[in-house]
Structure formats: C-alpha cells, structure tokens
Write a new protein. Sequence first.
Length: 308
Amino acid sequence: MKQYLTFTEEVRHALENNLPVVALETTIISHGMPYPQNIEMAKEVEQIIRDNGAVPATIGIMDGKIKIGLTDSELEEFATNKNVAKVSRRDFAYILASGKIGATTVAATMIAAEMAGIHMFATGGIGGVHREGEITWDVSADLTELAQTNVAVVCAGAKSILDIGRTLEYLETQGVPVVGYRTDEFPSFFARESGFGVDMRIDTPEEVGKMMNTKWDLGLKGGMIIANPVPESDALNHEEIEAVIQKALAEAKENNIAGKQVTPFMLDKVKKLTEGKSLATNIALVKHNAEVAAKIAVAYQKEANQGK
C-alpha cells in the first residue's frame, strides 16, 4: 500500500510525531465550486485548520499516487483542470492505475485518510439516499464507506438535495453514530434545520474526541458523523431553499441527469436560483466545519496519545 502514498513534508512530520491531522477532499474543489472561489476556499480552509492547532491534508490522486497533502501548484491543478475525474470507491483503483488525475469524494477521501493513518475529516456535506431513491436505488457510496472505514466526518449534515430521512435510516442500519455538535437537530447543509433529530448531542471537542477513541478502542469498525450546523449568520431559510431544490430537481429529471452528475448539476442550479447565496453559504459552512474538525482532531489525538 505504501508505494501508492506520497505526503507533503508538513503532513509527514505531523503523522510521524502523532500530531493532529485533518483530511480534506478535492471533489469540492474540482466539482463543487467555480474558479476562483474554489482555490480561495481550499487555501483558507487549510489555514483555518492550522490556526486551530492541526495540520491540513488535502487528498487527491495524481500521476499514479494518492497525494496526502497537496502543494499550492497541485491545488491549482485541481481547481482549474477541466479533466479531473470524480473518484469514489469503485473508481479508485482505475484512476490510480491509469495515472489519471482524480478528485476524491467523501468515500474516497475516507479510504485514503485511513490508509495514511488519519481519522478526522472535514467536508461540506455527505452524500446519501437521493430523493426517489426507493425507485432509482441512487444511494451514495459515502454511506457504505461510513459503515466500514474508521474516519470521523465533520459535515453540515447531508446535502439538502437528498432524502435526509432515508439517509439517516440507512446510517442507523449500518451502525454509524450521528452526533449533533451543539445541536439536537440534524442540519440540512444550507439550512440549520431538517426536521430530523440526531442520535446524540455533544457540545465539546473533548467529548467527541473521547467518543472516537472509545469507539475504535472497542474494535467497532466504521466512521461517525459529526453534524455541525452552518453558522446562523450564513444559513439559508429551510422552506425557501426547499422550494428552490424542488425546482432544480424537476429540471434535472427533465434533462435525464443521473448518477454522479446529479450533485454538481443541482449545486450549480441552486446557486443560480439563489443568485449566488448558496455558494456563499457553502463556503461559510466548509470553513466552520474545518474549524470544528481541527479542534476535535486536537482533542482526539490527545486521547489517542494518552492510550499509547
């Protein structure tokens, strides 16, 4: 496995010295936001993690290697190259073996993070069961990855274009804990509320870090969701964004958009329909997730180091 991994010096030093590290995905850069907001967001998020005591490790696939941490020029490549593949578990080996460039989704980032020994990951929102999933069987590989890979994911809930109720049911079946970070309600990405609860509420990084350490000490494989609502000042109104999503979904159906094309289409359409407000909210929630993830990574690493 090690022949496939390369590390920036910053990340290598952190891992060798048992320092807190936070993984970051590249799909949000290549497929989730337009240029130049994507590269600005990526660099700001990395700095937020450093400012809160951890080391950022943005993950992507390039030149037959899994990059654990990216240089500025590599980040720029992911932000501007129009031929970057979107990589989940099923695509991982092909993109790596072919030497192509691939942006890692939540699932693929979790796989790479666990390979590298990183257990904390900050993202925007997880994938899940799509609306009308009972007909299409469109269920994100993020959910099955959470069931088997030992990485905790800080997110602003599931993307609001999804069927959140069914997503939570799936996570329950797979035994994935859904922690509300300072919230009793599961957030819906752009909005702080969804109408659905969480499995447990935890209000401090130290308590989350202790739970992570306990879970994996017990040999209970799989990740956990740390649901962190978008800050109130940046949140969109739940009813208003739902109306926008319904309109965008209808257009996606009319245009026969399916599979991995659904999410980028929907996010772009929602951005246009909200006149850019959704993009601003997306950036704000990713930054907030990075801050919380860094604080939890510090607490988790302290717990893990004490157990050695």
